[in-house]
Write a new protein. Structure first.
Length: 85
């Protein structure tokens, strides 16, 4: 069942900070890709981040089908992000 009008909606500016997050992520990725040899410890974090992103590619599709699977995926993505840190 699809709902036309939700009883509670987030205010548009409440999520505007995500735009800043994405800009910083894009700038950081561009810097790391342009100078991978000079980026300190990039090799150490590249594999865990790639695995985390690979799992994340399927997250939205899985979220529509199985909450239990999505929970496991989030935990695996957290492990990858923590390993990268």
């Amino acid at each position: 069942m699809q709902v036309e009008s939700w009883p509670a909606r987030p205010i548009w500016w409440a999520f505007s900070i995500w735009g800043m997050f994405y800009l910083v992520l894009i700038a950081t990725a561009a810097q790391a890709l342009s100078r991978p040899a000079t980026t300190a410890s990039w090799g150490r974090v590249a594999l865990p981040l790639r695995l985390r992103l690979l799992i994340g590619l399927f997250w939205i599709e899985a979220a529509m089908r199985s909450p239990v699977l999505v929970t496991a995926m989030i935990l695996l993505m957290a492990v990858g992000a923590i390993a990268a840190m």
